[in-house]
Design a protein around this ligand. Structure first.
Ligand code: FAD
Length: 573
C-alpha cells in the first residue's frame, strides 16, 4: 500500500498495515507541518522517523546564493519548525556538512531504511535528489517523495501541453482549465502521527542537533527583524489577511502601492518561497473567498492570479534549459548588454543619484523585501531602461538580498522586466523620477530610506539635483558631495536603449514571438495612462530623429550626468 493511502486510513486501521521503516525525513524547503504530504506519507509507513535538516553551507551559499538576511530567515524557520515538532513529541535534527555525506553517515548511525523528501524543480535540487537516489540504491534503502511546493506537479502541466511548457500565461491558464483545480491540502501532521515513531531523544541532542544561531555561523546581523521566519508567522500573516475578505476578493495588483511604508500586498512571498506556507493552502483559501463573493477580481491581477504567475514561472523553468541564463536559453533574447562593473556597483549599493531607485535598493538591502512595482522600477533601470546591464547581474543581486529569492520566479521576472522574454511592450520605460512621485508625491518613502535627503522640500525630493544651492544648503545635503548626482541622463539613456531593443527584436523576431501574448500586460494596467505618455515621448523623440544617434551602437556606454546632458533632456527627469 502506498504511504498516502496509509495516512488516509483511520489510525486504528493503520496497525494492520506494515509500518516498519526507519525513516529520515529530509527537510529542504517545505519547512512546515500543515499540508505536508511527504512527511505525512513517511510517518504513515514508519516505526521511527527522524526529521532532519542539513545545513549544507557550500550548497546554500554556492548554488542558492544565500545572503545574511535569508540565512537568518532560514534559521528562524528551523527554530520554529523544531518548536512545532517538539509540541507534537518529536524534534528536529540539524546537521552540518554536505547533504549526501551527512545522510550516508546517519543511515548507518540510525539503521535507516527509508529517506523521504519533497521533489523540487531547481536543477541543483534535482542533482541532490540524484545523489540521494544513488545512496539509496547503494545502501538498499527506499525513497519516498512527493511534490508539494507547487499547486500541481508541473510535469503534468508540461505533459498536458504536449510535452513542452506553455510559454504564455494565457496558454498556461488554458492548460490548467483542462487539468482542473489543484488538489486540496492534506490534513495537518498531528501528535498522534508521531506517537509510534518518535525515536527516544539522544542524551546530547541539544548540543549535537540544535539549530545554530546566526552568530554560530559567523553571520553579522544587527538589523531589525521585520520578517520573522517560520510557519507560525506565515500562518498568522495568512489569517490576518483573510480577516479582510473584501480586500482579498478585490485585490488588484496594479492598484497596490509600491512605496507605501508597510507592504500593500500580502507579504507572503518569503514564506511561500521557503515553503513555510503551503501554496495549496493559500490558493484554496483564496478560492473559497472568491466563491463567496459575487464581484471578485480575476487572474491575472487577482491574488489567485498572482499565485498562478508563480506556478507559470515554475512550469516554464522546469522544462527550459538554462532558464536562469541568457546563453543557451531558447526563450530568451540574446542581447549584447554592457559590461560595466562600476555602474552595476552604483545600482547595487544605492548610489545611482536617483532617489526613487536608491531608496528601493536600500529597502532591499536592509529589509530583504520590496514591492513588485518597486522591483519593476529598479530592474527596468538596470537593464533596458537606463544602464543596459544584463538581467543576470540584477538577478544575482536579488538572489543574495531578497528573502523570497526563488530560482524560477526571480529569473522569470528578470527576463520579463528586461523584455528578454514574456514582456513585449518594451517601449514602456519607467521614468526613475515620475514613477515614484505618482503614488507618493511627498516622498515619505524616499525620506525613510534615504535620510540624507529627508529635509528636501517635496518639490525636489525625487530630483534633488534641481534644487537651488540655498535649498540644498538648508536641507543639509549638497548634491555631488553628500548624495550623488544622477549617474545617467534618463532621457538620453532610455532613448538610446529603446533603439537598441528595437533592433534586437527585429533581428530575433522568432525568439521574441515564442513568449508573446496578444493580451495586454496585466501588471501595468493601472499605470497605463502615464506609461503611454512616456511611450509617446520616447516615440516622439524617435520620429524627430533624435534616436538615430543611439541605435545599434552597442559600445555606447550610459553617459554620466552633467549639467549639459540635463539641458538636453528637458523636463523629463
Ligand atoms: P502578492 O502580490 O501578495 O502575491 C502573492 C504571491 O503570489 C507572492 O507571494 C508570490 O508567491 C506570487 N507572485 C506575486 N507576483 C508574482 C510574479 N510577478 N511572479 C511570480 N509569482 C508572483 N517573487 C518571488 O517570490 N521571488 C523572487 O525571487 C522574485 N523576484 C522578482 C524579480 C523581479 C525583477 C520582479 C519584477 C519580481 C520578482 N518577484 C519575485 C515577483 C513579485 O515581485 C513578488 O512575488 C511579490 O512582490 C511578493 O510580494 P507579496 O508576497 O506581497 O505578493
Amino acid at each position: 500500500m502506498l504511504p498516502e493511502a496509509i495516512w488516509r486510513l483511520k489510525c486504528s486501521d493503520r496497525d494492520s498495515v506494515v509500518m516498519s521503516h526507519r525513516t529520515i525525513h529530509l527537510f529542504r524547503k517545505g519547512l512546515r507541518l500543515h499540508d505536508n504530504p511527504t512527511l505525512l506519507g513517511a510517518l504513515a509507513c514508519s516505526a521511527a522517523l527522524f526529521p532532519v535538516y542539513v545545513l549544507d553551507r557550500t550548497f546554500l551559499e554556492g548554488a542558492m546564493g544565500l545572503g545574511p538576511l535569508r540565512w537568518r530567515f532560514i534559521l528562524q524557520s528551523l527554530e520554529d519548525l523544531d518548536a512545532r515538532l517538539r509540541a507534537l513529541g518529536s524534534r528536529l535534527y540539524v546537521l552540518r556538512g554536505s547533504t549526501a555525506a551527512v545522510l550516508n553517515d546517519l543511515v548507518t548511525r540510525w539503521g535507516v531504511t527509508q529517506i523521504s523528501y519533497d521533489t523540487e524543480v531547481e536543477p541543483y535540487y534535482a542533482c541532490m535528489e540524484r545523489e540521494i537516489q544513488a545512496l539509496a540504491q547503494e545502501r538498499g534503502l527506499q525513497t519516498y517523495t512527493h511534490v508539494s511546493h507547487t499547486l500541481y506537479d508541473v510535469k503534468r502541466i508540461v505533459k498536458a501541453n504536449g510535452g513542452s511548457p506553455p510559454l504564455t500565461y494565457k496558454k498556461f491558464l488554458q492548460v490548467l482549465s483542462v487539468l482542473g483545480e489543484p488538489e486540496e491540502p492534506v490534513r495537518d501532521v498531528s501528535a498522534e502521527d508521531f506517537l509510534r515513531c518518535s525515536p527516544p531523544a539522544e542524551p546530547l541532542h541539544e548540543q549535537t542537533y540544535r539549530v545554530p544561531s546566526p552568530a554560530d555561523l559567523g553571520l553579522e546581523l544587527d538589523s531589525e527583524v521585520l520578517w520573522p521566519g517560520g510557519e507560525t508567522h506565515a500562518l498568522q500573516r495568512l489569517h490576518k489577511h483573510f480577516q479582510s475578505q473584501g480586500w482579498v476578493a478585490n485585490f488588484s495588483k496594479a492598484r497596490t502601492v509600491p512605496n507605501s511604508l508597510l507592504p500593500s500586498t500580502t507579504g507572503l512571498s518569503p514564506y511561500l518561497s521557503l515553503g513555510c506556507l503551503s501554496v495549496r493552502t493559500f490558493y484554496h483559501r483564496l478560492r473559497s473567498v472568491c466563491a463567496q463573493s459575487k464581484n471578485h477580481s480575476l487572474p491575472p491581477v487577482s491574488l489567485q492570479g498572482q499565485v498562478l504567475w508563480r506556478e507559470f514561472f515554475y512550469t516554464v523553468a522546469s522544462a527550459t534549459p538554462n532558464f536562469t541564463k541568457m546563453q543557451g536559453n531558447p526563450i530568451c533574447l540574446q542581447i549584447d548588454w554592457y559590461h560595466d562593473p562600476e555602474a552595476l556597483e552604483k545600482w547595487r549599493t544605492a548610489q545611482t543619484g536617483f532617489p526613487w531607485i536608491d531608496a528601493i535598493m536600500t529597502q532591499l538591502r536592509q529589509e530583504g523585501w520590496i514591492h513588485h512595482l518597486a522591483r519593476h522600477a529598479v530592474a527596468c533601470f538596470l537593464t533596458r531602461g537606463d544602464l543596459w546591464i544584463s538581467w543576470e547581474e540584477g538577478m544575482k543581486v536579488f538572489e543574495e538580498l531578497l528573502l523570497d529569492a526563488d530560482y524560477s520566479v526571480n529569473a522569470g521576472n528578470w527576463m520579463w522586466l528586461s523584455a528578454s522574454a514574456f514582456f513585449h511592450k518594451y517601449t514602456r520605460i519607467f521614468c526613475p523620477v515620475r514613477f515614484g512621485r505618482r503614488t507618493d508625491p511627498q516622498g515619505q518613502y524616499v525620506r525613510k530610506y534615504l535620510p540624507v535627503l529627508k529635509n528636501f522640500p517635496s518639490q525636489y525630493i525625487y530630483e534633488p539635483w534641481k534644487a537651488p544651492e540655498d535649498v540644498q544648503l538648508s536641507a543639509g545635503c549638497i548634491i555631488g558631495k553628500d548624495y550623488p548626482r544622477p549617474m545617467v541622463c534618463h532621457t538620453e539613456a532610455s532613448q538610446r536603449n529603446l533603439g537598441l531593443m528595437r533592433q534586437v527584436r527585429t533581428e530575433q523576431q522568432n525568439t521574441a514571438e515564442l513568449t508573446r501574448d496578444v493580451a495586454d500586460d496585466p501588471m501595468e494596467a493601472g499605470l497605463k495612462r502615464e506609461l503611454q505618455e512616456e511611450e509617446e515621448l520616447l516615440e516622439g523623440a524617435e520620429q524627430h530623429g533624435t534616436s538615430k544617434r543611439f541605435s545599434g551602437d552597442a559600445d555606447h556606454k550610459s553617459r554620466p550626468w552633467t549639467p549639459e546632458t540635463l539641458q538636453l533632456s528637458g523636463e523629463v527627469m
